[in-house]
Design a protein around this ligand. Structure first.
Ligand SMILES: [Cu+2]
Length: 134
């Protein structure tokens, strides 16, 4: 009689631990789902390729200094400074020449990659255009 009771106890213990495991698995799945939905929404918020394709030149700096655009986008630099500047690729693949006060320069980027540029008049002025497909 005592032995049977022990077996029943053991079975109940087994059932309880199985239920515990199921609860743990359930919580785990729930957190995975929550994590997935969170990361999905946060990537939606941070992922859109930067829409801005205009760089403001002011106070001897490019703003923003680093921009990301979709392949095929045209980037326009507006010289709102009180002196002339250039937008010159570090590898000389493009060069605006001198952009006067109030002037602008546009370039279309069709190939993906990272394009570093500077101002030949003021070499401390640097910027980067990153071109992506998505
Ligand atoms: Cu300059």
């Amino acid at each position: 009689m005592k032995n049977i009771a022990m077996v029943v106890d053991a079975r109940q213990g087994l059932t309880t631990s199985k239920r515990k495991n199921a609860t743990i698995i359930g919580l785990f799945l729930l957190s995975v789902i929550l994590l997935f939905s969170c990361s999905k929404s946060s990537s939606n918020n941070s992922n859109p390729p930067v829409v801005a394709n205009t760089v403001n030149i002011a106070n001897m700096s490019f703003g923003p200094a680093a921009i990301t655009v979709m392949a095929g986008a045209t980037v326009t630099w507006n010289n709102n400074d009180n002196m002339a500047h250039t937008v010159t690729a570090d590898d000389n693949s493009f060069d605006s020449g001198s952009i006067p006060m109030g002037g602008h320069f546009s370039k279309t980027f069709s190939a993906t990659g990272s394009y570093s540029y500077h101002c030949t008049i003021h070499p401390t002025m640097t910027g980067t255009v990153t071109v992506v497909t998505k």
